[in-house]
Design a protein around this ligand. Structure first.
Ligand code: FAD
Length: 476
């Protein structure tokens, strides 16, 4: 084992090692500035397809910036699920939809909508909300607004759904344009937003980009191709991390921001998990949004080259969740050239809970009739929206749609995930409300692992808000 003692920041400030440079990790390290060292498993360099917000090329299973996890969606139903590998993490490969959680999420003391609001605002540069943050937030307008998105809004209103003119206002659910953290077709990842002052180091320690000398606090030091194997302890206190290369990086405090798959696996490899030295329910009862895509065709010209791929969403209550437990999201750009457009129908507040271990990710989707009923309802509502003028449905055919048994079979064939995994190291179960791992010292988690349940909206904005919040907690 090669021992490398990480230098302590001047003025006696403790060093913080952040593991994982994704949505939350970049926000956290960027806010901590020179006192932070960020260790990212993948490269720190950018690729053109990561910059192109209209491209989902990096979600292909064989793409070098995709972890491509093998998962089981249901018993016997396997899938390969994308996650970002490299600086920016999933924010560098995702759909760039920037939507806050709802007021109804119940994540424990200190984690209500009101508690999180200052951190959303701090992160955003949006003419409707926080105006000075590093993440630009815009809604599709003018040439970038696809005609199918406009028809979708009109159809939902005609069917009696309310308008939700600002999806980030914390108002009642309805139909409205989806805010995006893309500008002129460029995906602004958390790394681009937060690490402008960072020193970027390659695997061999050579400098890819020096620090911005004009920065007041100085930037964090960011090392790419530095996968962490486990946390090292002195007794119950985390003292640093061990890289897979055998190198040791010492730290005053270790913060895991390796995402909802990477973080629990680091904890498990470090003796923290069910039945381990520190017995905590790591990986137990995670949630994500089960989804299916309904293909449709229209007669519109192709989307503007810079137009966001998914532009408008209807969120509503399928029966007993006023905050909106189902969603239909319109994709106005085909997934392959000449292909159909899609309505993504998703269950936003599922009953079903998953299990993650070192070698398995089991979503256990649609285990309850309540979940199955709500997903059917979402699909039938999407079909109504199409009939009300959005476009022509390709499948499922009417006979399949009208019968619960045949529709369940169609869902089984088309089931996927929104890739919004949360809750593998949850507040109240694995970490306290200040994100400290229970039963040990000097170790926190700051990423979507900590959310006890997946937000009823996409988690990207919330992941960044967690990073912002963690920076304030550590700064105390
Ligand atoms: C294809 C895709 C599309 C999505 N679209 C949207 C969307 O449009 N809107 C939305 O709200 N949400 C979307 N999401 C979800 C959202 O992007 C994620 O929930 C969010 O980015 C998670 O942030 P995070 O910080 O928790 O983890 P991540 O951003 O995944 O970051 C984890 C980082 O840790 C690194 N890492 C992992 N293990 C180690 C290790 N052992 N050592 C060092 N580094 C490690 C990873 O390489 C990665 O960089 C999408 C996700 C995907 C994958």
């Amino acid at each position: 084992m090669r021992e490398v003692v990480h230098p302590v920041h001047p003025a006696g400030v403790r060093d913080v090692v952040v593991v994982g440079g994704g949505s939350a990790g970049c926000a956290l390290a960027g806010r901590l500035g020179a006192r932070a060292t960020l260790l990212e498993a993948g490269p720190v360099s950018l690729l053109p397809e990561l910059l192109d917000a209209t491209s989902l090329a990096a979600t292909a299973p064989d793409h070098p910036r995709n972890w491509a996890h093998d998962v089981l969606l249901r018993p016997g139903q396997s899938a390969v699920v994308p996650r970002g590998l490299g600086l920016g993490g999933s924010s560098a490969i995702n759909g760039a939809n920037w939507v806050r959680a709802t007021r109804a999420e119940a994540w424990g003391p200190g984690w209500t909508w009101d508690d999180l609001l200052p951190f959303y605002e701090r992160s955003e540069r949006d003419d409707r909300h926080g105006t000075t943050g590093p993440v630009p937030v815009q809604r599709p307008a003018g040439d970038l607004l696809h005609p199918a998105a406009s028809r979708f809004c009109g159809a939902a209103l005609r069917l009696g759904f309310p308008a939700e003119p600002d999806k980030n206002a914390g108002a009642a659910p309805g139909v409205g344009l989806v805010p995006s953290n893309s500008v002129d077709g460029v995906r602004i990842s958390a790394a681009m937003a937060y690490l402008r002052d960072a020193v970027l180091l390659r695997a061999d320690g050579s400098v890819l980009r020096p620090s911005n000398a004009g920065s007041a606090v100085g930037g964090p030091s960011v090392r790419g191709e530095a996968p962490v194997d486990r946390i090292l302890f002195d007794g119950d206190r985390a003292r640093g991390v061990l890289l897979t290369s055998g190198e040791v990086v010492e730290a005053g405090e270790v913060v895991l921001a390796a995402g909802a798959v990477g973080t629990p696996r680091l904890l498990l490899r470090s003796g923290i998990g069910p039945g381990l030295r520190v017995d905590l329910p790591v990986g137990v009862d995670f949630t994500d949004h089960p989804a299916v895509f309904l293909p449709f065709v229209d007669a519109d010209p192709p989307a503007h080259p810079h137009a966001p791929g998914s532009q408008v969403a209807l969120n509503w209550d399928a029966g007993a969740d006023p905050a909106g437990d189902v969603e239909v999201l319109a994709f106005v750009r085909p997934f392959s050239p000449g292909g159909p457009l899609h309505l993504m129908c998703a269950l936003q507040h599922p009953d079903s809970r998953g299990l993650l271990t070192l070698d398995r990710i089991e979503y256990r989707y649609l285990r309850t009739e309540h979940d199955r009923r709500r997903l059917r309802h979402a699909i039938r509502t999407a079909a109504e929206l199409l009939r009300a003028g959005v476009g022509t449905r390709v499948e499922p055919e009417g006979g399949v749609l009208g019968n619960d048994r045949t529709l369940d079979a169609w869902i089984a064939d088309h089931l996927t995930t929104s890739v919004h995994l949360c809750g593998t190291a949850a507040i109240g179960r694995v970490v306290d409300p200040e994100l400290r791992v229970l039963g040990v010292e000097g170790l926190r988690v700051a990423d979507t692992s900590v959310l006890p349940t997946v937000p009823r909206r996409g988690p990207s904005a919330t992941a960044v808000a967690i990073g912002e919040r963690a920076a304030e907690l550590i700064g105390r």
